[in-house]
Design a protein around this ligand. Sequence first.
Ligand code: MG
Length: 455
Amino acid sequence: MARLMISVSGIRGIVGDGLSPEIVTQFAQAYGTYCEGKPVVIGWDARVSGEMVHRAFVAGLISVGCDVIDLGIAATPTVQMMTEKLDCAGGIIITASHNPIMWNGIKMLAPDGLFLDAEQGAKILEIRENKAFAFKSWDKLGKVTKYENSAAEHIEQVLALPYINPMQIRARKFKVVADCINGAGSVILPKLLGELGCECIILNGEPNGIFARTPEPVPENLTVVCQSVKQHGADLALVVDPDSDRLALISEKGEPLGEEYTIAVAGDYFLKHRQGKVVVNVSTSQALPDIAREYGCETEFTRVGEINVTKHMREVGAVFGGEGNGGVILPELHLGRDAIVGAALVLQHLSSANEKLSEIKARLPQYEIVKMKIELSENTDAKALLQVLTARYKNEQIDLTDGMKLIRNKSWVQVRASNTEPILRVMAEAQDRETALAMAEELRTVTEELEKNNH
Ligand code: MG
């Protein structure tokens, strides 16, 4: 398997086995050249290798004349907001998101704080390929300035939103377990909770990048935080991934809601107060579209990937949306997945509704999701295989926004190619687990048969 992956959403690799300072600096030179030597914001997610990747990237930026505004350890949504706010030509986050400790990577932003799209990303690759770097002489190199206040400014803007009532939340004196997975969340989530008058039990709150567990915030990795909720009699737990764009919730019973329910709980509060278009990716649970419909809001679907969702949100003037895996997007704040605004909306919901989190979840639409992978053999063309699969199901209701999604009654199953691995991802959703499992199994079996017959 490749140890260095380059895709529309940036670079990801294993340190010491693909991701080297040379590669990082070259990308920085290409990115800085693309930004025409104008100022760039940078932040990192506290990974152990972050210091190396960060310094290598900064060196490349200043070599092509970019002034660098260094936020230090900062969440991805903080860097997105500061790129826009400080009027920079670009923004960079040094992170491998939820990947394990040996990984690191780079997320690249446009001046508006959105991720670069495929076309913009291709331009940077082209500059790198042609080594068309606009190096500057000694007297025109960029300068590095430290900027210490970004987390506080991010929180300030969240608390100033018209839908958030900090006084009301403070009055409830919530007891909250926060698991920051030793990442960028450590510098912002406890601070937010402090300002909202919460009594906090902080887990993994040292921003040292030494992840105390597997960092992806999916239920199988969250047993310790679930126990902690019960042990402390907390109202809920908030769990972020290392760069704090994804948020997972755990109820007062110590039960994970499943990441799909973050956007559903936040949306259930928000859309009650502000109606408009909702945009999610096509792999997101039906729970949010169902809720949106109840509040008279229409939902539109895009390909998977934050940039696809945010661009469409801007096009249609959406008021709310995101990605099912815990990625809440509130365009009024900024167009990016943001665990901090997600956390504030959930606490606001709990204080307005005067209900427990498990009670809120129980009255939302109930769905079960099953995920599987199909390992492809080396000579399989994923695109061609998906076409054969699509032909096989042409008499049923299908959606081709991303891979193939087969829709039956209140359930669906989707098969799509991974952007990062030689696999197909199978995801199924139904109102009960048996149906979801059966649909996922069916599509996996059929796809594997088709792959075999094609060779
Ligand atoms: Mg992330």
